[in-house]
Design a protein around this ligand. Structure first.
Ligand code: SF4
Length: 258
C-alpha cells in the first residue's frame, strides 16, 4: 500500500489519559500504516486521515524536543506508548522518533507501557533491558493465522513474528502482556487455545476485549460487526476465562462492559 508521509510540529507530547492504568498517552505519529480494518483509533483523527486510514501518516517532527522539556516539569506517571497509532509502524524504522522518546521517558523514570503489532520493537531491546523494572511491552494478537492477519491488519508484522518478538522480550525478564482484541467473530476463536498457551509460556498477562461496532465500518469490518451483534459475549468471555484458569494465566478484561 502506498503511504503518504506528512510532517507537523506539535506543542505537546504527553497527553492526559482516560484509559485505565495510564496517566499519560504519547503518540509519535498521527495515523497508522498497519491499516487494521477494525481500527477504532481513526475516530480520533481528522476526516482526511480517518477516511484514508492506513494510507497517510503524519510525523510529529519536533515531539522529541517537546517531550524532553515536558519530562522536566510534569509529574511522574505511567505513559501509554502508544494509544491511537502504532509507535513501531514501518516509518519508525527510518525516523527513529519512538526510540528517542523511549530513551527520554526511561531516563526520566516515567513508567512506560508499550503496545504494538510490530516486531520493530526488538530494535529497542537494549533500552528496554536497561530499565526493565519500569517498562512493559504488550502485543496485540487477534489471530495467529498470517493469511487472515494480512487481510485484517495488512501493514502489521505477521502474528507469528509478533509471537517471536514477545518471546524474546519476555526471555529478557521484561514484563509482557497480550491484548486479544478486538475478538474477531469467526476468526479469533480458532486461536484462543494457542494464544493462551503463548501467554503461559511467556508469563504474559492476557487482556481481552470484544469486537465493537462503529459507524465507519465497511466491507469485511462491517460483516464482522454484524456477526458480533449476534454473539453472546458472556459465553465467549467465560470460555477465555476458563481456558486461562486451566493454564494458570493471569487474565483481565480490557474494559468492564464485557
Ligand atoms: S495497529 Fe492499532 S492504531 Fe494501528 S491501525 Fe491497527 S488498531 Fe489502529
Amino acid at each position: 500500500m502506498e503511504l503518504l508521509i506528512e510532517r507537523k510540529k506539535v506543542s505537546s507530547a504527553l497527553g492526559k489519559s482516560n484509559l485505565p492504568g495510564l496517566d499519560y498517552t504519547l503518540n509519535p505519529y498521527i495515523g497508522c500504516s498497519h491499516g487494521c480494518i477494525y481500527c477504532y483509533a481513526r475516530l480520533y483523527s481528522d476526516p482526511r486521515i480517518r477516511d484514508n486510514w492506513g494510507k497517510i501518516v503524519v510525523v510529529k517532527e519536533n515531539i522529541v524536543d517537546v517531550l524532553a522539556k515536558e519530562v522536566r516539569r510534569k509529574k511522574k506517571g505511567i505513559v501509554g506508548l502508544s494509544t491511537i497509532t502504532d509507535a513501531y509502524q514501518r516509518i519508525e524504522a527510518k525516523e527513529g522518533i519512538t526510540r528517542e522518546i523511549l530513551r527520554i521517558l526511561l531516563e526520566s523514570n516515567f513508567r512506560t507501557s508499550i503496545q504494538t503489532k510490530s516486531s520493530l520493537v526488538l530494535r529497542d531491546l537494549d533500552l528496554l533491558i536497561s530499565k526493565l523494572e519500569i517498562v512493559d511491552v504488550g502485543f496485540t494478537i487477534t489471530t495467529l493465522e498470517d493469511s487472515v492477519a494480512k487481510v485484517i491488519e495488512p501493514g502489521a508484522s505477521p502474528p507469528r513474528e509478533r509471537v517471536e518478538a514477545l518471546e524474546k522480550i519476555s526471555a529478557e525478564g521484561i514484563k509482557t502482556w497480550i491484548f486479544l482484541g478486538p475478538i474477531i467473530p469467526g476468526v479469533s476463536e480458532e486461536s484462543f487455545s494457542e494464544i493462551v498457551e503463548i501467554a503461559k509460556a511467556t508469563k504474559s498477562l492476557l487482556y481481552y476485549d470484544k469486537y465493537r461496532t462503529k459507524p465507519f465500518m465497511s466491507g469485511k469490518a462491517k460483516e464482522f460487526a454484524e456477526s458480533a451483534k449476534k454473539i453472546d459475549w458472556k459465553v465467549v468471555s467465560d470460555k477465555i476465562e476458563r481456558l486461562c484458569r486451566s493454564k494458570g494465566v493471569e487474565i483481565a478484561k480490557a474494559f468492564d462492559d464485557l
